[in-house]
Design a protein around this ligand. Structure first.
Ligand code: 5GP
Ligand code: ZN
Length: 116
C-alpha cells in the first residue's frame, strides 16, 4: 500500500490523525469532512495514496467507486437528506486542496441546507 509521509489523508488512514469513520474495508476509508458543507458531508478515499484522478489506476478507482452506492445509502438512511451530490476536485484551480484522491458525498436538504 503506497503511503506518503506528509499526506494528511494517509495519516488519517493510519490513525495518526483522528477522524470520524463512516466506512472502512481493506482498500477504502470513508470519514466525515472536518468542515462539513452540509450535515453528513463525507469523504471517501482509497487507502493507497494517489494524488488525483489522473494518477489513479483503474483497479484503485474501481474499488473506490464500488463502495459509493452503499455509503450514499447509509448517509441517506442516517441523515434523511432529499438529495446527494458527488464531487471530485482535481488540481488546485478546480478546488483540490488535499492531494490524495477523494470523493465528496454531500447530502442536500433543500433551500435551508444549513445546519448548526
Ligand atoms: P478538496 O478541497 O481537496 O476537494 O477537499 C478536501 C477536504 O478535506 C475539505 O473539504 C476539507 O474540509 C477536508 N479536510 C482537510 N483536512 C482534514 C482533516 O484533517 N480531517 C478531515 N476529516 N477532513 C479534512
Ligand atoms: Zn495520501
Amino acid at each position: 500500500m503506497t503511503q506518503v509521509d506528509d499526506c494528511i489523508f494517509c495519516k488519517i488512514v493510519n490513525g495518526e490523525i483522528p477522524s470520524a469513520k463512516v466506512y472502512e474495508d481493506d482498500d477504502v476509508y470513508a470519514f466525515l469532512d472536518i468542515s462539513q458543507v452540509t450535515k453528513g458531508h463525507t469523504l471517501i478515499i482509497p487507502k493507497e495514496h494517489t494524488k488525483d484522478i489522473y494518477h489513479t489506476d483503474s483497479g484503485v478507482a474501481e474499488k473506490l467507486f464500488a463502495q459509493v452506492p452503499k455509503i450514499a445509502s447509509a448517509l441517506k438512511q442516517s441523515f434523511e437528506p432529499i438529495g446527494l451530490n458527488l464531487l471530485n476536485n482535481n488540481e488546485e484551480p478546480a478546488g483540490q486542496s488535499v492531494f490524495h484522491l477523494h470523493i465528496h458525498l454531500i447530502p442536500r436538504y433543500g433551500a435551508e441546507d444549513g445546519f448548526e
